[in-house]
Design a protein around this ligand. Structure first.
Ligand code: GLC
Length: 406
């Protein structure tokens, strides 16, 4: 019998790296041998179940490579390797963001360690990071924050970016990777100015904006802990402004959708991200009920035997199989495979609204996938087969689901 907790701890320890006095965890030794932004937030959350000091170290390493502007890259290169050896044009890190989960990871680490001094040290860095997003990514000046590359969503090849990339719902995985990589040159030529890059690629992603609303309100809680009422108010107001803007511009036919391009066209694909706003309480109880019963729990759409697919089975873009060309890191599959973080987000979103049976069932599916196919990057939702990177850390979030903490 697999002892999940022990095995999760062993995997994190195996993937842990030390450079000088910094410590971080690689998502997968073979496919992702660097520190990655949102992965490190997940790692810190799970490390807290074993060793809160190690969780602090993970986040300290993450913010150490912060640029003067407040920006923190989605990949941090502590050691050289051939994978993703891209000329980003800036030292030590990539030039892209990733979902802004830093505040929540700090919050959980503070809860576990109760270390006020540590919070005092890391708070200004988190503050500069969120200020960077608020300052640089509201290109249309409507409190909705945009991405200049699909990879900034953490859902690299998700169909919500097809239109902005000029691709049809069904296309070769290689074309997708090539178009995303071609944008790296645009970023360099634009000197990382989002107003400039937005003319080539711009998506206001429903998931990214939800994570932001949620994390800005956590920033407000952190500011309260540090006795900074002015900051606390400022973060709360920022969270509320985006929440209101999302309702106004992103809410269509009972669900939140992403907006594509500077013309902000609604993206109507049937994706898992319509459920993300549950996390931040953006749906009313009635709206949530309908969404969960009519979409999430429908076996023709999302309720598949081996997990919740990132794209509904009835959507033309649904393509859960791992492509056969290249290496795993060249084609992370966000077009229908099941991912453990998706389960973790859904679990907490469902719990928030009282859908305890549905949440419990997702947790069981997560555990079953690990027992059946091991620590893999993602899984085929109809067969349960493991896909993508091996020794991949995100499944360790099941430990956090088991604990019921949020
Ligand atoms: C893949 C995922 C991305 C993740 C990275 C490292 O690129 O799509 O979300 O951060 O792998 O695990």
């Amino acid at each position: 019998m697999l002892d999940l907790r022990q095995s999760a701890h062993a995997l994190l320890a195996e993937n842990s790296r030390t450079v000088d006095h910094f410590q971080y965890t690689v998502p997968s030794n073979t496919s992702y041998p660097y520190q990655w932004f949102w992965d490190s937030c997940f790692h810190a959350i799970v490390w807290n179940h074993f060793d809160p000091l190690r969780a602090q170290a993970e986040l300290d390493a993450l913010v150490y490579r912060q640029h003067d502007s407040g920006f923190i890259g989605h990949v941090i290169y502590w050691q050289p390797s051939q994978i993703l050896a891209i000329d980003w044009g800036i030292p030590h890190t990539s030039s892209l963001l990733q979902p802004p989960l830093l505040a929540y990871a700090i919050w959980r680490t503070y809860q576990a360690s109760q270390d006020h001094d540590w919070l005092q040290t890391i708070y200004p860095k988190a503050s500069a990071f969120y200020d960077y997003i608020l300052r640089e990514r509201d290109v249309r000046q409507c409190y909705l924050f945009g991405l200049v590359n699909p990879d900034e969503s953490g859902e690299d090849n998700a169909p919500k970016f097809d239109k902005a990339l000029g691709l049809p719902p069904q296309h070769d995985a290689k074309d997708n990777t090539e178009r995303r990589y071609a944008l790296f040159d645009v970023h360099r030529n634009c000197q990382y100015d989002a107003r400039c890059t937005s003319k080539q690629f711009w998506v206001e992603d429903v998931a990214f904006n939800t994570y932001l609303v949620w994390n800005l309100s956590v920033m407000s809680d952190l500011a309260h802990q540090l006795n900074r009422p002015k900051d606390a108010n400022r973060w709360r107001n920022a969270a509320d402004a985006t929440k209101t803007a999302m309702r106004r511009h992103m809410f269509h036919d009972g669900r939140y959708v992403s907006l594509s391009g500077l013309a902000a066209e609604p993206v109507t694909y049937n994706g898992w991200d319509q459920f993300v706003p549950l996390l931040a309480g953006l749906y009313t109880q009635d709206e949530a009920y309908r969404l969960v019963k009519e979409r999430l729990c429908d076996p023709e759409q999302f309720w598949l035997p081996f997990g919740i697919p990132t794209v509904a089975k009835n959507d033309p873009a649904y393509a859960p199989e791992e492509p056969t060309w290249g290496e795993a890191w060249q084609h992370p599959d966000w077009r229908g495979a099941s991912w453990q973080t998706v389960h973790w987000f859904l679990y907490h979103g469902l719990m928030r609204y009282g859908f305890t049976a549905e949440a419990a069932s997702i947790k069981e599916k997560s555990v079953a996938l690990i027992k059946r196919s091991g620590w893999r990057e993602n899984y085929h939702p109809e067969t349960g087969d493991g896909q993508g990177a091996e020794g991949f850390t995100w499944g360790t979030l099941t430990i956090d689901m088991e604990s019921g903490r949020f």
